[in-house]
Design a protein around this ligand. Structure first.
Ligand code: ADP
Ligand code: MG
Length: 629
């Protein structure tokens, strides 16, 4: 009488469900391509006619299906990808809801041919209006072919809402790009109206990105790569000059699934913040890998939105990874000694200095001597301080005579800097030579010294820092990419404790707005940016190990840690000029012979010693450590 509720006929239920999953031809393309990927295909072909309104066909060489599975695959909630609710938190496949094929078959004419690899024959199924019209064995290639014809033929209202061919085709391209981008290991072809639109061979991610987004990106990609036990991010961001006013080339994947997230888009955009105008969008292709248990992909029928267990952490991670990548990329201008136009135009560089910054710079000793081109925006070079003039005042008696011998050798140096010397000049080559990218061999009158490049510079920097604490603070350059230091409460306390000391050494660290975090806003003027975060984290780790926090001892730790971290590493090639400078500066030190931790920085071997060795090679006590002359 008044009972009015009825179960919907299955076909109608499927049509209604299809409304969620299948909105336009591009949705069919997405579902079929994802099924082919899930089937383990290594090659996938997409064939489209009339922007997908007449035909969408996907052919794959994946695992194929048995006769029963072929029939089952069109049932709603039929899937081979999950079995129980726990599987939902282990999903590595694109599909899992088991409703795509059922939905498609409810609103189009579908033909499928599928064959298991080890079977001689495959299965052919034809379905229209949700009803099986034909099912029979057929001869076909291993893998699966799905043809979707006349989409929405039985739902005129929906067909009516489809847009022009051009618009629908653009949507198809978008879906194709997203799947093809996420799986560079798979070959793809896309054919429209009988014409090959694109052929993608299996390739690297970089090649795939350039093929899909255009050759203009060939030398415009900055690699992003960070790994933690919990999260892994990799991919590319475009250099700042590729940022555009309209959105378009932004691809974010989580476990290979393309997702939309304004939140994460914001994380990437703000990482670029000082370098691109506020209203433009950087290009990026980023892949986040995370334990599937930490995300929920089942919050949206097309799975383009997901929920993260800890969204804030992901935000910070993505932002930090992109910042880091940009900072590391900014090393390039140092290597070729030229600031690229895109970086030069960054607003951060063109902002005038604040009076406070100007004061800090002019107060510092480095202001006078600093001339490195990539930092020219910060520090105007004036007269340079000659390292030898410093020697005459600081040189302690002990090493005077050795250093004089080095100088005497240098005086006899030919003026030419080329390696091919005129014959007469080549008679005695007294300039320093680098050995094994580790030692500097410096001939001196009747002998030579062998300087350990890293140890020597540790000593030089250590004494430089000591002067910084006493009376000569080190100049700061403003960071192009201020780096966030995310610290534990204990480390924050340490950092606060040494913040003022670090400022004297050129590191400017400030509290981030509205958070507990610290931000590195300035680094020593003569440092190449990009490693500051790592350096300070390492310093804090060393502080943590210290039991005493007396100011004096803290300074000693800071000086040692930074000296060893900033000293030129073993393995770095040095120019002759750099070697000469290093030796000059070493002998300008108060204690040139030892590193701050007490290791030798060089060894002095005299002719006479060598002669003795040759006469009696077994007598090693003839190896003389530098003795007071
Ligand atoms: P889902 O992908 O969510 O499982 P679908 O409706 O897209 O649901 O597919 C249903 C099932 O059909 C899949 O779980 C899979 O077992 C099978 N299937 C679909 N397409 C293919 C294909 N191209 N190759 C092999 N198996 C397929
Ligand atoms: Mg699927």
């Amino acid at each position: 009488m008044s009972d009015r509720i009825q179960l919907l006929p299955e076909h109608l239920a499927n049509q209604i469900a299809a409304g969620e999953v299948i909105q336009r031809p591009a949705s069919v393309v997405k579902e079929l391509l994802e099924n082919a990927v899930d089937a383990g295909a290594s090659d996938i072909q997409l064939i489209v006619e009339e922007a997908g309104k007449r035909l969408i066909q996907v052919v794959d060489n994946g695992c194929g299906m048995s006769e029963t599975d072929a029939r089952m695959s069109f049932e709603r909630h039929a899937t081979s990808k999950i079995r129980d609710i726990d599987d939902l938190y282990r999903i590595r496949t694109m599909g899992f809801r088991g409703e795509a094929l059922a939905s498609i078959a409810a609103v189009a004419e579908v033909e499928m041919q599928t064959r298991l690899n080890d079977q001689p024959l495959g299965t052919l199924i034809e379905i229209a209006n949700g009803r099986v019209l034909r099912q029979e064995p057929c001869a076909c290639q291993p893998g699966t072919l799905v043809k979707v014809k006349n989409l929405f033929f039985s739902v005129p209202a929906r067909r009516h809402f489809l847009k022009s061919h051009a618009v629908e085709l653009r949507h198809i391209w978008e879906e194709f790009n997203r799947v093809a981008m996420a799986f560079p290991d798979i070959g793809f072809s896309f054919i429209h109206e009988g014409e090959l639109q694109i052929r993608l061979e299996k390739s690297t991610l970089k090649q795939r990105v350039i093929q899909l987004l255009g050759k203009t990106y060939a030398d415009k990609l900055i690699t992003v790569q960070e790994k933690t036990p919990y999260l892994h991010i990799q991919g590319f961001v475009g250099k700042p000059d590729t940022a555009r006013k309209n959105r378009g080339e932004q691809y974010f994947f989580v476990n290979h699934r393309f997702i939309r997230s304004n939140y994460l888009h914001h994380a990437v955009t703000t990482a670029f913040a000082p370098m691109i105008p506020a209203d433009s969008h950087p290009m990026y292709v980023l892949f986040l890998d995370i334990d599937p248990a930490e995300i929920d992909v089942n919050v949206h029928p097309t799975k383009q939105e997901i929920k993260f267990g800890d969204e804030k952490m992901i935000y910070a991670f993505v932002q930090a990874a992109v910042r880091h990548a940009l900072a590391v990329a900014s090393i390039t201008p140092v290597l070729d000694f030229e600031v690229p136009a895109d970086i030069q135009q960054a607003p951060a560089l063109n902002r005038p200095l604040t009076p406070e910054q100007q004061f800090q710079i002019s107060r510092s000793a480095l202001y006078e001597s600093f001339t490195q081109p990539h930092q020219a925006h910060m520090i105007a070079p004036k007269t340079s301080v000659s390292p030898t003039s410093a020697v005459s005042t600081a040189q302690p008696r002990t090493w005077q005579s050795l250093y004089e011998r080095i100088q005497a050798s240098a005086d006899t140096l030919p003026q030419q800097t080329e390696l091919s010397l005129p014959v007469e000049a080549a008679e005695e080559q007294l300039f320093p030579v680098q050995l094994h990218l580790k030692w500097i061999l410096q001939p001196v009158k009747s002998g030579f010294i062998l300087v350990h490049q890293h140890a020597a510079q540790e000593r030089i920097l250590y004494e430089r820092y000591r002067r910084a604490f006493q009376h000569q603070p080190i100049a700061t350059q403003a960071c192009l990419f201020p780096q966030i230091l995310e610290l534990s409460a204990a480390d924050r306390a340490w950092l606060e404790h040494i913040q003022a000391d670090l400022q004297l050494l050129g590191y400017q660290i400030e509290r981030a707005q509205d958070t507990e975090d610290f931000v590195i806003t300035g680094i020593p003027a003569d440092l190449t940016p990009g490693h500051e975060q790592q350096t300070l984290m390492q310093l804090l780790a060393q502080c943590r190990e210290q039991t005493s926090n007396m100011q004096l001892e803290m300074r000693e730790h800071i000086m040692r840690s930074l000296a060893s971290q900033h000293a030129v590493p073993i393995g770095r090639p040095l120019t002759r000029r750099e070697m000469q400078q290093l030796i000059d500066q070493l002998f300008a030190c108060k204690e040139p012979e030892l590193t701050p931790s007490g290791k030798r920085t060089f060894i002095w071997i005299q002719d006479a010693t060598l002669e003795k060795w040759l006469a009696n090679p077994l007598v090693t006590e003839h190896v003389h450590w530098p003795a007071t002359q």
